[in-house]
Design a protein around this ligand. Structure first.
Ligand code: GTP
Ligand code: MG
Length: 185
């Protein structure tokens, strides 16, 4: 009899419009819990008419791994910060999605990490730049890790619209979790 897969809780975070709900929709389709609502303020873009007000949630066995992942995408809007606090508890891994087309994305990552990390003190972190074309990703020379204060966080690119890419990102996060356990031992 094979062993039950290990369970991990993963939070998908990032600014409004960075692609958190898109990433979960890419792997779950309509088969997930979603709490998107129409904006009460001005739309951030004509294409994006809704925003997450509580969470997106789904459970999946990550392909090519033995892990069953509980994936929670949190709201980007700071007015829903109370949900970051509720959902951040006992999180194993954090994926921070970044819209690479926003002005000065690296500075924006650091500001965002300062806000979110206090709610996720144990989590292993991967930061992923989203919304780049394949050509842009080819020429981008990203270092593999980003220094944030005392932390060294895995840095990569992704396409949140592509399920294979989202799973590859989750496998990278699982690899980092394994490395962090080995480093502690
Ligand atoms: N071109 C491009 N567009 C993307 C990509 N990923 C997401 N988008 C678009 O960017 C927008 C992101 O919207 P959401 O996924 O709802 O953003 P979110 O991060 O969940 O935002 P909040 O819930 O408001 O915090 C959508 O219009 C997507 O179609 C990408 O890789 N490339
Ligand atoms: Mg969302």
């Amino acid at each position: 009899m094979s062993a039950a897969p290990a369970e991990k809780k993963v939070i998908i975070a990032g600014h409004v419009g960075s692609g958190k709900t898109t990433a979960l929709q890419a792997i779950f389709g309509d088969d997930m819990l979603s709490t998107d609502a129409k904006y009460s303020d001005a739309l951030p873009s004509e294409k994006k008419k809704t925003t997450t007000v509580a969470m997106d949630y789904g459970v999946v066995t990550c392909p090519k791994t033995d892990y069953r992942l509980h994936l929670y995408a949190i709201p980007g809007q700071e007015r829903f910060q109370f949900m970051w606090e509720i959902l951040g508890k006992n999180t194993d891994g954090l994926v921070v999605l970044v819209d690479a087309k926003r002005p000065n994305p690296i500075a924006a990552i650091h500001l965002y990490l300062d806000k979110i990390l206090p709610f996720l003190n144990r989590a292993v972190v991967v930061v992923a730049l989203n919304k780049l074309s394949l050509e842009e990703r080819d020429v981008l020379k990203l270092p593999p890790y980003l220094r944030h204060g005392d932390l060294r966080l895995r840095l990569t690119t992704t396409d949140a619209q592509n399920p294979d890419e989202v799973f590859a990102l989750l496998r990278l996060l699982l690899d980092e979790m394994t490395l962090s356990v080995e480093t502690k031992n």
